[in-house]
Design a protein around this ligand. Sequence first.
Ligand SMILES: *Cc1c(COP(=O)(O)O)cnc(C)c1O
Length: 402
Amino acid sequence: MTRDDARALDARDPLAAYRDRFTLPADTLYLDGNSLGALPAHVPAALANAATRQWGDRLIRSWNEGWFDAPERIGARIAPLIGAAPDEVIVGDSTSIHLFKLIVAALRLDPARRTVVSEAGNFPTDLHVAEGAVTCVPGARLRVVAREDLADALDDDTALLLLTHVHYKTAARFDMPAWTARAHAAGALMLWDLSHSVGAVAIDLADADLAVGSTYKYLNGGPGAPAFVFVAKRWQDCLDNTLSGWMGHAAPFAFEDGYRPAPGMARWRTGTPGILSMAALDAALDVWDGVDMTAVAAKSAALFEILARAGTALGLECVTPRDPAARGSHISFRHRDAYALTQALIARGVIGDFRDPDILRLGLTPLYLSHEDVWRAGDILRETIETAAWQDPAFATRNAVT
Ligand SMILES: *Cc1c(COP(=O)(O)O)cnc(C)c1O
């Protein structure tokens, strides 16, 4: 693959025009959109409008002019990206908080089933939240097993199977229908964490029961943007939100002492939603209107090939599956000093990230990376390794966020 080959792919890229909808620094190749999505160019104006007009001018009247129902309205915009109905998704809180609510709810559904099963090496917050959530339900426990042992771990004590669709380190993707079916065959509920797959791959939750996901990664909602929660229609009146706050009450402004859950998804609300971050997310989702996920998947596969070839030519081990259907939209290489390598790349304008202990992770976001961008990133990777530039001691000091 030469630079001209990459340019030829760009010339017939159906997604090429999306690049102009983002603001990115000129001297940067941004390969970390799987961790913090880029800034859509129109979002600052939407934020300014939320602050100046909605807050500054309309003041508290804005609650009745679009603020109060923002969680449901924005959730409905995410629904088509995950194969859900508009009234099965709301946004608010964080992925961690939604996980807590759903895990406790699943454990309380059937007292005869006590175990939450998840994967060793799952994203840390999923396991940490599950560890805390099981302490809230008498007799409940968390069972964490290796990927190859998951199927055997499901039995008539399993209340919930909690899996992350696309793995944050390796990008390995679970076969969603197959695992949902396995959970159901055991009589358990299925909870998918879509944080690393929403906006990266086509998703059809189909028979799944529950899901959560982050909006600040591929959806570009902004740092700490409100997360989404999905509860299949058939469970909406059976599951209870333990974090029962006034915003999930059937009549918040009746100011009753007792809690009565709202019908539908509104019961998964807890407190007052963060309107400024909702405004950024709402505007960011404009970019996704009408995006063809088949084109996104095809371009992601092409970008992957460029880096996979560059990396393997350098002797790097690629830990991401080679089959596009078995992965998300990032690529990870193993390197004995991956932290220093990542820092050396950042110093050269190629922003990726490091995942402990030995992974260099590079995000492939088809909406704002060209084939030539990714080719250049591969070329800078080559130069960095061939010159051993990463061995400079300046790259060895660890930051808090890696
Ligand atoms: C990014 C990510 C999260 C983030 O959770 P927060 O509550 O937003 O910090 C959770 N789970 C997975 C799988 C992720 O990739």
